[in-house]
Design a protein around this ligand. Structure first.
Ligand SMILES: [Ca+2]
Ligand SMILES: [Ca+2]
Length: 340
């Protein structure tokens, strides 16, 4: 499987280039940089009281996989494996994304002491669809609207990771080394290696580490760096980076698992395996120059990019650390489909 090694090497180099090399987990996770719009689709799942709109109680994380659909872990809805889904009238849910419609992004739920600060987009869940596979711990939630400027995260069905390779996990849970400890409720990511033979049927064992409530809280075998999830990362994303379809463009992310425990995820194929509807589809090519994330690429994207660039919008930082003219050329190269 030469291409896997080549891909792993490429992804490893790119990963080192675009983000902190700090290892660990969303345990020890770092906040997702503002410019990394690829991860904006990892949302926070919030339980609210009927009639309440903000802030509610954190139920975990979820991932936008279609314009108005998120995938989450079923146990986040507070029901046992054998119980039916709760009614949304009795248990209203909302999903918050870190980025507002005007492009600003704030990772922590509470910002300047305010949980309802407005720098986010939040939608009610209008329907919940149970997984067809019993015990798969997946649920599909339809939102009341489509987030503006946030692209769904593409799902990798056809080529799941089967060998040791770099992964990242992204979620809103706790960052401490013990279960339910440390700072929480901010969008964080962690990069590391997934061990070989991690794929067990429909389960993806993304970490060989364990997490306990007693000291030492976190145990990891030698090797790594490994990633490890914590409380409220359930529903979050296990992602791989794949080369862009376009030469010179940044790598794209693909969802390969929905976090269901601190060390394991459900592969998206387990939704389809028992005839779950709507089916989860393999991600197609990414529209790299779709700056306003309206699923089409046209002159409006160029105007929106330039307008954002002139006001120093971090979304425009497509190359390196600084926002500079190289970013304009990078965007135009993507727009015209030229090689980098
Ligand atoms: Ca567009
Ligand atoms: Ca730049």
């Amino acid at each position: 499987m030469c291409w896997i090694r080549a891909l792993a090497a490429l992804v490893s180099v790119l990963a080192a280039a675009v983000a902190s090399p700090r290892a660990g987990a969303v345990v020890n996770g770092v906040e997702v940089p503002c410019w990394d719009r690829r991860l904006d689709g990892v949302g926070l799942l919030i339980s609210v009281s009927p009639g309440q709109t903000c802030p509610g109680a954190v139920s975990g994380s979820c991932v936008l996989i279609a314009p108005n659909v998120v995938l989450a872990a079923r146990h986040q809805l507070g029901v046992s494996t054998t119980s039916p889904l709760p009614s949304l009238q009795q248990r209203p849910l909302r999903v918050r994304f870190r980025r507002s419609a005007d492009g600003l992004a704030v990772n922590p739920v509470v910002f300047n002491g305010e949980p309802c600060h407005g720098v986010y987009q939040e939608f009610s869940v209008v329907s919940a669809t149970d997984a067809a596979m019993p015990g798969s711990d997946l649920v599909m939630l339809t939102l009341s609207g489509t987030p503006h400027g946030i692209s769904p995260i593409g799902v990798e069905i056809n080529q799941p990771p089967t060998s040791a390779m770099p992964i990242m996990i992204v979620g809103w849970g706790y960052a401490g080394p013990c279960f339910g400890t440390g700072p929480s409720w901010a969008l964080r990511l962690s990069r590391g290696m997934m061990q070989a033979h991690a794929q067990v049927s429909d389960v993806l064992v993304f970490s060989p580490c364990s997490l306990w409530t007693t000291e030492p809280c976190q145990y990891c075998p030698p090797g790594g760096p490994w990633v490890l999830a914590n409380l409220h990362d359930s529903g979050g994303a296990v992602l791989i980076e794949v080369p862009s379809d376009q030469s010179g463009a940044p790598p794209q992310v693909r969802l390969v698992g929905t976090i269901v425990t601190t060390w394991a995820a459900r592969r998206p194929s387990s939704w389809n395996a028992f005839g779950g509807l709507p089916r989860i589809e393999q991600a197609g090519p990414v529209l790299l120059a779709d700056f306003n994330a309206d699923q089409s690429t046209d002159a409006r994207d160029v105007l929106d990019f330039l307008n954002a660039y002139w006001v120093g919008d971090c979304r425009c930082n497509l190359t390196g650390d600084d926002l500079d003219v190289a970013d304009i050329f990078a965007f135009l190269n993507m727009f015209f489909g030229q090689d980098g």
